[in-house]
Design a protein around this ligand. Structure first.
Ligand SMILES: [Zn+2]
Ligand SMILES: [Zn+2]
Length: 175
């Protein structure tokens, strides 16, 4: 169980936006991130549940980006209550014994428990300010700041260079 990879999954779900409604896109994401079993079992109901989860996770990132730690933590605590961990030791596919956060049940439940625990882990180990929203407007993608000096402001290299070009042009106009 790698909680950081689950925190990244929370970011990926938020940033999929309406594409999350497309089963092919979500299945591709799950396969790319090594969640082949979840990808194979994905249903329409899972997707509907994950769309709701995405909105709630987006709310956590927005509160954190606004510097409202208490709001972000209250939102996460609400999600922790609704998506409880039922840990089980598992040893499938020739892997060593490892913890699963939840066993059985629907794909959406497992992904929800993982994403929420992943964010809770980042917030408690590194701080609420590690969750952010891209500053290169109009992009509103979420990101995790795992840099050593907490300097991240953009979701991607692409947005960072776009913001740099815009700042350069603004300076040139001002000069
Ligand atoms: Zn496993
Ligand atoms: Zn961005």
């Amino acid at each position: 169980m790698d909680l950081t990879s689950y925190a990244e999954l929370a970011v990926q779900l938020v940033n999929m936006g309406n594409e999350l409604k497309d089963p092919f896109s979500l299945r591709a994401l799950l396969e790319e991130t090594g969640r082949t079993e979840a990808a194979a079992r994905l249903t329409r109901r899972d997707i509907d549940a994950l769309c709701e989860l995405r909105d709630e996770l987006a709310g956590v990132f927005a509160a954190a980006a606004d510097g409202d730690d208490v709001d972000a933590v209250e939102r996460l605590n609400g999600l922790l209550v609704r998506h409880p961990v039922h840990p089980q030791i598992s040893g499938h596919d020739g892997q060593p014994w490892h913890l699963h956060l939840t066993e059985g049940g629907r794909v959406a439940d497992a992904l929800a428990v993982g994403s929420v625990m992943g964010l809770a882990s980042v917030v408690t180990r590194l701080g609420v300010d590690r969750l952010g929203i891209c500053q290169a407007s109009p992009c509103r993608n979420a990101y995790l700041d795992t840099s050593s000096n907490r300097s991240r402001r953009y979701c991607s290299e692409r947005c960072a260079s776009r913001a740099n070009v815009a700042a350069y042009r603004a300076r040139k106009r001002g000069a």
